[in-house]
Design a protein around this ligand. Structure first.
Ligand SMILES: *Cc1c(COP(=O)(O)O)cnc(C)c1O
Length: 410
């Protein structure tokens, strides 16, 4: 259904959706089957030879999965999609397609942790070289490219620092040096940012986040700008087997229909929350692409049509201050992940990044009192009241405990 036309909500509701040819079911049926019967020996032979259209075996394609792939390809304005069992399965299939022994990848230093780990710990075993840099610095990207560089891999906004990378500028560099430009578009999603329109070759997603949006599925997607890249990745993906289950695919397809509604609501909420936090006496700073104080506010307006649900902020009192907020929020759920319909809050220094030294955390831009917040679709007033209550406990809790008070905000 690539010829579908319309606005962003129309595309999310109708892109890839086909009315069931058998009974007219309006919702795409879940083809929960591993294999497909052939009409005859000739039919089977024709399908395996690629001369007859049709499904053979679910790892190699399934109608429910195909509907989901078409849906996200339409949203990303790409050629076609390949659905995967997780976001990491999507990223790994892309790495495996374009990287070989002695080839080199240049990537954002603040990418999603496992995206970097899989290169530095596993692909390195097969002779793949890598350079992780601050890709918000375009000159640094140019300097990092070597003769054997094959892939420029970026994540924007990056996790959890909310630092942006200029996609169009990266596309220009990739073209000049014959690199494949891969963009992890999980944080912003296709509603507000479409990397292929800005020149990217391949987009990857963790659909676990805002595309599915209900914190109940782990899934991923690859979208390419053309047929050639699609065929290259498809060959790797089908044989390595990180494919999606039809039931899982159907849940995501269902979630996508309301993705624009959810993303708009949570973004509107996020801007209000960010403005509230910026004025709060217990908050030192707020990083949100929709605030004029974000160092890359102009780039955000240039390459995104909205600002998304993700932010980070630094509270007074360092690690203890962060913990106090975690232990006093009642509405926001203390959990990793993001892009769900419910607000999710996380404190990297005491949770996800507690294993790192303070110095290494600082190097990665993760300060002691930094909180990552994925704003949900609750009533904005309730989210703000909840945060306000938890933040105001920062000094108070310490006083009650008889410990020294943290330095008051100037
Ligand atoms: C969650 C996430 C991933 C990994 O996705 P999974 O579905 O957990 O495998 C990759 N990139 C980003 C930016 C993410 O937030």
């Amino acid at each position: 259904m690539h010829d579908i036309k319309g606005g962003r909500h129309t595309l999310a509701i109708h892109g890839g959706q086909v009315v069931d040819p058998l009974y007219g079911a309006v919702s795409v049926p879940i083809y929960q089957t591993s294999t497909f019967a052939f009409l005859s020996a000739e039919d089977g032979a024709g399908k395996f030879a690629g001369e007859i259209e049709g499904y053979k075996y679910t790892r190699l394609g399934n109608p429910t999965v195909k509907a989901l792939e078409d849906s996200v390809a339409v949203l990303e304005n790409g050629y076609a999609g390949l659905a995967t069992a997780s976001g990491m399965a999507a990223i790994t299939a892309v790495y495996m397609t374009f990287l070989s022994k002695d080839s080199h990848i240049v990537s954002t230093d603040a990418v999603y942790g496992p995206s970097r780990l899989v290169i530095e710990k596993h692909f390195s075993r097969f002779g793949v070289e890598s350079t992780y840099i601050d890709t918000s610095n375009i000159e640094l990207i140019k300097k990092s490219i070597k003769k054997n560089t094959k892939v420029l891999y970026i994540e924007t906004p990056a996790n959890p620092t909310l630092m942006l990378t200029d996609i169009a500028a990266c596309a220009k560099i990739a073209k000049e040096h014959n690199l494949v430009l891969v963009v992890d578009n999980t944080f912003m999603g296709p509603h507000y940012q479409r990397p292929i329109e800005l020149g990217a070759d391949v987009v990857v997603h963790s659909m676990t986040k805002s595309l599915n949006g209900h914190s109940d599925v782990v899934a991923g997607m690859i979208v390419t700008k053309n047929k050639e890249l699609y065929k290259q990745i498809q060959a790797v993906h089908f044989s390595t087997g990180g494919t999606i289950d039809p039931n899982q695919a159907w849940l995501v397809l269902r979630g996508i229909k309301t993705m624009p509604l959810r993303v708009e609501k949570s973004s509107d909420n996020a801007l209000e929350v960010a403005k509230f936090l910026e004025k709060h006496p217990k908050v030192k700073w707020v990083k949100y692409p929709g605030l004029k104080s974000h160092p890359q506010y102009d780039l955000a307006k240039k390459q995104m049509t909205g600002f998304g649900a993700m932010m980070c902020f630094e509270v007074e009192g360092g690690v203890e201050g962060g913990k106090t907020v975690m232990n006093n929020v009642k509405l926001s759920t203390l959990a990793v992940s993001l892009g769900g319909i419910e607000s999710l809050i996380q404190h990297p220094a005491s949770m996800t990044h507690a294993g790192m030294t303070k110095e290494n955390r600082a190097g990665a831009g993760i300060t002691d009192g930094m909180i990552r917040f994925s704003v949900g679709c609750e009533d904005c007033r309730d989210i703000i009241d909840d945060l306000d209550n938890a933040l105001n406990k920062i000094g108070a809790a310490k006083a009650e405990g008889g410990k020294t008070m943290s330095k008051a905000k100037k």
